[in-house]
Write a protein that binds this ligand. Structure first.
Ligand SMILES: NC(=O)C1=CN([C@@H]2O[C@H](COP(=O)(O)OP(=O)(O)OC[C@H]3O[C@@H](n4cnc5c(N)ncnc54)[C@H](OP(=O)(O)O)[C@@H]3O)[C@@H](O)[C@H]2O)C=CC1
Ligand SMILES: C[C@H]1O[C@H](OP(=O)(O)OP(=O)(O)OC[C@H]2O[C@@H](n3cnc4c(=O)[nH]c(N)nc43)[C@H](O)[C@@H]2O)[C@@H](O)[C@@H](O)C1=O
Length: 328
């Protein structure tokens, strides 16, 4: 049994292993696609990718066969059942069940098949609803969770603990990153099941196109959220694969928070909608605030680069070219 929780366990020089086989699970999603772009930009040439229909990660036997035949050297786990406040609240069984299955299958088969290092991705919703702000990594499991996403949060906490348990028992290099709320190209723009930023971008765009007078925004507008562009997150994931090998999970945020009202005004401006906002207070606000303490990652040497304003403009351009034009 390994002795210490914080012990470093360097498993190789990730940045130098440009030909090593890397499995990016969930490569067509918001996060997975950004990680693939980042790895390719940095010269990694041997990526193993499977769509959901090619490999259902909830199938233990299929995941085991895949690992046994492909033998990836590194794994970045960006496949999960993901959604915004409404989806989390409406499909609790899927959010706990599918996520527990995916992460258990991938983590165990990766370990069994001699993967050198695995990065698991959780989310800032793992922390207690009323955690101290900004939220340090040490706030994990110190209080009750936000009810709208506790099922997803419990699965994510189990993922962190699984990485820690395999590290302790098997001295295996599994690490966890906890991203804040993300956005960018390849996001999910579903009207109900998406996160707030893509939901509002689509709603403002459609209101502008239809000359509507108003747009409905959920909740009171007072909750605070921290947003990070997914290209920054991808950069942080590659950085962690190369530089971090510790027991504790690592927060990945931008350090910048806005109220939902401020976010709505920003998206409205970027899209160019001229009407008014109407607040639907029958919809849940969720957690009041979840600004992460990003000092651990900063002390390792990583900071984000993309401002919310630039990231929003870039995302809207992508949305126009790839979602709106594809429909026409
Ligand atoms: N988006 C955000 O704001 C945040 C995301 N995260 C974390 O980042 C990670 C990625 O999230 P994100 O990119 O936003 O999610 P997406 O929904 O954009 O992508 C998830 C990916 O997982 C794949 N997937 C889902 N179920 C299965 C399955 N059973 N078998 C194989 N593949 C599957 C999806 O494929 P398909 O679409 O074909 O089903 C998709 O490619 C998750 O762990 C999430 O918890 C953390 C914090 C915030
Ligand atoms: C990343 C994180 O994301 C989820 O948590 P969340 O931060 O609460 O996510 P959200 O983006 O859906 O909402 C943020 C805020 O925005 C408000 N809001 C306004 N109008 C819309 C709207 O139209 N859609 C949505 N979804 N929210 C809206 C909404 O009422 C809430 O106050 C977790 O379930 C979990 O997935 C997780 O880990």
């Amino acid at each position: 049994m390994a002795d210490t929780t914080g012990s470093e366990m360097k498993s190789g020089s990730f940045m130098l292993e440009k030909f090593a086989k890397i499995f990016v699970a969930g490569h067509r999603g918001l996060v997975g696609s950004a990680i693939v772009r980042k790895l390719q930009d940095q010269g990694f040439t041997n990526l193993v990718l499977r769509t959901h229909s090619e490999l259902d990660l909830t199938s233990q036997s299929d995941v085991e066969s895949f690992f046994a035949s492909e033998k990836p050297v590194y794994v970045i786990l960006a496949a999960a059942k993901v959604g915004g406040i409404h989806a989390n609240n409406t499909y609790p069984a899927d959010f706990i069940g599918v996520n527990l299955q995916i992460q258990t299958n991938v983590i165990h088969s990766a370990y069994k098949n001699d993967v050198k290092k695995l990065l698991f991705l959780g989310s800032s919703c793992i922390y207690p609803k009323f955690a101290p702000q900004p939220i340090p990594e040490s706030a994990l499991l110190t209080g009750p969770l936000e009810p709208t996403n506790e099922w997803y949060a419990i699965a994510k906490i189990a993922g962190i603990k699984m990485c820690q348990a395999y590290r302790l028992q098997h001295q295996w290099d599994a690490i966890s990153g906890m991203p804040t709320n993300l956005y960018g190209q390849n996001d999910n723009f579903h009207p109900e099941n998406s996160h707030v930023l893509p939901a509002l971008m689509r709603r403002f765009h459609e209101a502008k196109a239809n000359n509507a007078d108003e747009v409905v925004v959920w909740g009171s507008g007072s909750p605070l959220r921290e947003f990070l562009h997914v290209d920054d997150l991808a950069d942080a994931c590659v950085f962690l694969m190369d530089q971090y090998s510790g027991f504790e999970h690592v927060n990945v945020g931008s350090g910048v928070e806005v109220t939902i009202k401020e976010l709505a005004e920003l998206v409205k401006e970027v899209v160019g909608f001229k009407g008014k906002l109407v607040w639907d207070c029958t919809k849940p606000d969720g957690t009041p605030r979840k600004l992460m303490d990003n000092s651990k990652l900063a002390s390792l040497g990583w900071t984000p680069k993309i401002s919310l304003k630039d990231g929003l403009s870039q995302t809207y351009e992508w949305y126009l070219e790839n979602v709106v034009q594809q429909k026409q």
